[in-house]
Write a protein that binds this ligand. Structure first.
Ligand code: GTP
Ligand code: MG
Length: 457
């Protein structure tokens, strides 16, 4: 890390201030070339002055200086707080680059922080999660993991296994020593305990993935049942075209809304029916294809018309794919009681539970629908302040893999294999756990993780 890097750390748009960040051993030299002030830059101080380049004053700024290793990256860092205009920010970055800095890659500051031991990999991932968080829950979980909650747990998990391995290795490598043999029974009980602790964290991903990615919701149903109207109601503005002509929506219309502490990524779809219209046909195919990627279907039924054969065909498709769904009866304002009773009866007979009755037009039942979604995903039970929750797929995959290794180790013990064979799997498990915090990761993985970061972080 011999180069000194620089980038704009704030979003490029007109705002009060912008920050240009410089990290590396030449940071102070570079700043001193372009910054004039009546005071001298001291570590952990911020001072006022001017950026002057080739005799021209560019801006009045504040510059802070953090001396290695006491900085975010662990290197010398200077930050120039200039006025938040897009042009002036770009100009100052340019003079910083001309004065000897190299433009940073996305995530390079955090990558340096990781490589210099200022944070581990799971903490660095939490930084990007915090920046990308779209809900309060997501940002709180990220903040806790940035503080090292996940890292601490992973280190604890590894510790006892590493101890066990050391014990096994000594007894295998130095049989002449009268070292106490590890009993297979006690190894199994330790492995079981570790498996269940890992499983406990793994189970939190069920919630965690929705917290991080949101719930992918598709509104499905026959034409004209009010799908686009419902999307607009949930979004609170006229996102999709609504008309009384069946077949209005041809393509998928997407919108993101916040439901309490969770994001819903909603797709309004083309009404499903047999049609000869080529464009509509493609739309219908897309509506069905979306079933491959959704977490929840809101299946809309037109209360005015009642249920038809097609409704049950689509509903059984959804059910066969094991997708969560809620049957929603719309247009309650013009639904006759007799038809509603028939719909409720038929749904009950088919085992379709808890339909929600709404009228988009009269704004009725919408809160009940939102509550039904919250209940279906147990979102309200989430206690992120006390529990460690994982939201990253990478962590989930590694935890799964480490449980598998523990199971393999147990299998070998039960087969009566020598202890050094068993220890191979325990070692693989600790290595896999280590990958979560970056103790055992390849350069490729490091590059992949940090390239997802934004510039200047
Ligand atoms: N009375 C009544 N009419 C509604 C209600 N919700 C929607 N509509 C009307 O039903 C018609 C169809 O609504 P859309 O939202 O376009 O229906 P859609 O399911 O998206 O239709 P396609 O895009 O053709 O599949 C429009 O005239 C809406 O105003 C409701 O709750 N009550
Ligand atoms: Mg529509």
């Amino acid at each position: 890390m011999s180069t000194t890097i620089a980038a704009i750390g704030t979003a490029l748009s007109n705002s009060g201030i912008s920050i240009i960040r410089i990290s590396g051993k030449d940071s102070l030299n570079i700043v001193n070339k372009i910054f004039t002030s009546s005071s001298k830059l001291e570590p952990n101080h911020i001072i006022y002055g001017k950026i002057v380049y080739k005799g021209e004053i560019l801006d009045n700024v504040l510059v802070s200086y953090f001396k290695a290793p006491h900085s975010y990256t662990g290197e010398d860092i200077c930050e120039i707080n200039c006025h938040g205009g897009t042009q002036i920010t770009k100009d100052i970055l340019e003079v910083v680059l001309e004065s000897g800095a190299t433009l940073a890659e996305p995530g390079e500051f955090s990558k340096r922080a990781f490589l210099n031991g200022k944070m581990d990999l799971s903490q660095a991932e939490a930084v990007i999660n915090l920046i990308n968080a779209k809900t309060r829950t997501e940002s709180r979980i990220a903040a806790k993991n940035m503080e090292g909650d996940l890292s601490k747990k992973i280190r604890e998990l590894r510790e006892e296994l590493v101890e066990l391995m050391a014990h096994i290795e000594v007894s295998v490598d130095y049989p002449e020593y009268d070292y106490e043999e590890v009993e297979p029974k006690s190894i199994i009980s330790l492995l079981d305990r570790k498996s269940s602790e890992i499983q406990h964290i793994l189970d939190t991903y069920e919630h965690g993935k929705y917290i991080k990615n949101g719930i992918n919701v598709a509104i499905l149903g026959k034409p004209n049942v009010g799908k686009s109207s419902l999307l607009n109601k949930l979004a609170n503005y006229e996102k999709a075209i609504v008309t009384d002509i069946p077949g209005t929506t041809r393509d998928i219309v997407e919108e993101t809304i916040n439901l309490g502490n969770i994001v819903l990524n909603i797709s309004d779809t083309a009404g499903i029916r047999d049609t000869d219209d080529i464009i509509e046909k493609i739309g219908v195919e897309k509506s069905l294809k979306i079933l491959e990627e959704v977490d929840l279907v809101l299946y809309l039924i037109n209360g005015e018309d009642g249920l038809s054969k097609e409704d049950f065909e689509i509903l059984s498709k959804i059910e066969n794919k094991g997708i969560k769904y809620i049957a929603v009866i719309n247009k309650m304002d013009i639904t006759e009681k007799m038809i509603l009773d028939a719909i409720l009866d038929e749904l009950k007979q088919k085992g379709i539970k808890k339909p929600v009755c709404i009228s988009v037009q009269e704004n009725k039942g919408i809160d009940e629908l939102k509550n039904a979604i919250i209940n279906l995903f147990n979102i309200s039970d989430l206690d992120y302040s006390h529990e460690l929750i994982i939201t990253n797929e990478r962590h989930k995959d590694l935890l799964k893999k480490s449980i598998n290794y523990l199971n393999d180790a147990k299998k070998e013990i039960n087969l009566g294999q020598p202890i050094d064979i068993v220890s191979i799997y325990i070692k693989k498990c600790t290595k896999t756990l280590g990958e979560i915090i970056g103790a055992d990761v390849t350069q490729d993985i490091i590059a992949k993780i940090f390239e997802k970061f934004c510039l200047g972080k």
